[in-house]
Design a protein around this ligand. Structure first.
Ligand code: XMP
Length: 606
């Protein structure tokens, strides 16, 4: 059956693939195309969507794609960079400025098909440096957002020309945080492009099994199974595609797991009858040795990924199954965040995307049935495959485990760029009734599709939750070099932070394991485990007084696809429990709550 199709031009934005997912979810086939594709490649599509990009439209970056697409009759809608490119092409002006991250209120002007069925003010998600400040003669403003201090006088949040059938949104309707983004995309696909829905998710499991059989042929698969949602679903799909005899599972205890995790995972596999060819190896010492003395986050990530491959190959050799293909539960965010599409920036190297594995992928020896899916689709697929709810709804846990939650330091303050911003951080925090201390360490974030390795700010003071979130959003938006804010949960208001020399050691991991265990148990106890999507606990080697104890940071977030995240407010009784139990741990002297959305902070600190 021929389906109506939409083309998504991938300029390397973090969410380009998500646009295609959202269109497919509405029953219309969406295909990713590259900017280099000639205009002929776009014939036959009923609509074109231009994605965001790490490039700057204001500087004319990445603008040598085939402009003949604009001569087609086909409707075109652009998001972020795509919106700016459309504005520029039709005589508008784009400037570098007016940046926004996170939520904004979109004020819709009058009636338009794109916003049919929506409220006059809609909550949308922004992540941009550039802004459209003038539109060409055929265009009108369809919606605006408030202009922050210091921004150009006017910025267009949504523009359109019904005669040309060209439209642009500065915000990202494809991310889940744009509350009615799905409806906006559906309005474009159905009302403007005139598509009819005919594609369905139901066929996904069969399609995946067919493509596993095609790739694997007569061979077998040896799958790295962490016990997390993704590798467990991958194990079931591969097992159903090839039969249980042609699937071996390897669970590695890398020493970076949660408390008692490996034991629980092995029990789970037994319960799920996945223990036919189940192998277990305690490689914690290998990982510790490889990580000894390493401080830099990307170096840690690469070492963890490489060690996984080494351990896997050793075990395969011992078992005499070196000819098996490597199976992994990789999902799409792992690829995009590792800079895995042509233009995407490397936000962080996911453990299943280190160079050794990329080489194996190029040789066709890696099987990753879920590589095009997001967590929410993986869970949906898992439900269709009959995987128990408990296994599917566990909080996501990153492959490098506690390794990316245990910050390391050479003991010297990292003051890069700090002198210029400390004062404005303190005075901006004061505007919200808070004291703000810029910390002499850095953590990973993502701003306008680019990696941001920047400083966190510690905010102290008693204000309302919404004031705290406003302060965090203002500080990360207005002050360059800040990508994260944390809220002090102790009574002491520190004026200096002292970095402690710290590396990956069993003792520090045990301490973090204990703190993490307390946080997880508290979420269950307060009946919040299911409401919170993920809650990393991070050990940060910073001391604020004479005591050499470290800081623990708790990061409760809500998300669907991990590409964006918002902070969850925890009840004060739960915070009291955390204070009481975590501050009592020997080796811990301070406690804070991460109050940063993604972007600009990533979910994990490294
Ligand atoms: P970030 O920190 O980039 O994380 O916002 C997005 C989601 O991915 C998880 N994560 C990983 N998962 N291997 C994984 O399997 C990795 O290397 C990795 N790094 C981050 C993270 O926990 C969050 O759910």
């Amino acid at each position: 059956m021929a389906h109506d199709r939409i083309a998504v031009i991938d300029f390397g934005g973090q969410y380009a693939h998500l646009i295609a997912t959202k269109v497919r979810r509405r029953g219309v086939l969406a295909e990713i195309r590259q900017p280099e594709d000639p205009v002929e490649a776009f014939h036959g599509y009923k609509g074109i969507i231009i994605s965001g990009s790490p490039s700057l439209a204001s500087r004319g970056e990445d603008s040598d794609y085939d402009k003949a697409i604009y001569d087609l009759e086909t409707p075109i809608l652009g998001f972020c960079f795509g919106h700016q490119e459309i504005a520029r092409h039709y005589g508008g002006r784009v400037v570098h400025g007016g940046r926004e991250w996170g939520h904004a209120d979109l004020h819709i002007q009058g009636e338009h098909k794109l916003f049919r069925g929506l409220d006059p003010i809609e909550r949308v998600w922004m992540s941009h440096f550039d802004s459209v400040v003038e539109v060409g003669p055929d265009f009108r403003e369809l919606a605006w957002t408030l202009t922050p201090e210091g921004a150009p006088d006017h910025r267009y949040a949504a523009i359109g020309s019904d005669t040309l059938k060209r439209y642009g949104f500065q915000f990202h309707p494809e991310v889940d945080d744009t509350v009615h983004g799905d409806e906006m995309i559906a309005n474009f696909v159905f009302e403007i492009c005139g598509c009819s829905p005919s594609w369905s998710m139901d066929s996904l499991a069969d399609e995946l099994k067919d493509s596993i059989r095609d790739q694997v042929g007569e061979r077998s698969v040896f799958l790295l199974a962490s016990g997390g949602v993704d590798s467990t679903v991958a194990a079931v799909v591969i097992g159903e595609a090839l039969g249980p005899d042609r699937l071996h599972l390897l669970h590695v205890d890398n020493g970076l797991m949660r408390k008692d995790e490996s034991r629980k995972v092995l029990d789970l596999f037994v319960d799920m009858n996945l223990d036919g060819n189940l192998h277990f190896v305690d490689a914690s010492q290998d990982f510790l040795d490889a990580l000894a003395g390493v401080v830099e986050p990307e170096a840690k990530r690469r070492i963890i990924g490489d060690t996984f491959v080494r351990v896997f190959q050793d075990v395969a050799r011992e078992l005499g199954i070196e000819d098996h293909l490597l199976g992994q539960g990789t999902i799409y965010p792992d690829t995009i965040e590792t800079g895995g599409t042509k233009r995407a920036d490397t936000i962080k190297t996911h453990h299943n995307r280190v160079p050794v594995i990329e080489e194996m992928i190029a040789r066709g020896t890696v099987v990753e049935p879920l590589a095009d899916l997001y967590k929410v689709e993986v869970r949906e697929l898992g439900e269709r495959l009959g995987i128990p709810k408990d296994a599917l709804w566990r909080h996501p846990f990153p492959g490098p485990g506690l390794g990316v939650r245990l910050l390391c330091n050479d003991g010297l303050p990292d003051r890069e760029g700090l002198d210029e911003i400390e004062e404005s951080v303190a005075s901006t925090a004061q505007r919200f009734g808070l004291s703000g201390l810029t910390l002499p360490i850095r953590s990973v974030g993502v701003k306008a599709d680019l990696r941001a390795y920047e400083h966190p700010v510690l905010l102290s003071g008693a204000v309302t939750w919404s004031t705290l979130l406003d302060a965090a959003s203002t500080l990360t938006t207005e002050i360059p070099g800040i990508n994260r804010c944390i809220w002090n949960l102790t009574d002491v208001v520190p004026s200096v932070a002292r970095p402690l020399a710290a590396s990956v050691t069993r003792e520090r991991l045990d301490l973090l394991r204990e703190a993490d265990h307390i946080v997880m148990a508290a979420l269950v106890e307060h009946d919040l485990y299911d409401d919170v999507w993920q809650c990393p606990t991070v050990l940060v080697p910073l001391a604020f007084g004479d005591d050499d104890g470290e800081m623990v940071v708790v990061r409760p977030i809500r998300s669907l696809r991990a590409m964006t995240a918002s902070v969850v407010e925890l009840p004060s009784a739960l915070l009291d429990d955390l204070r009481e139990q975590i501050l009592a741990l020997p080796g811990v002297s301070s406690l804070a709550l991460d109050i940063t959305s993604k972007p600009p902070g990533t979910i994990e600190w490294e």
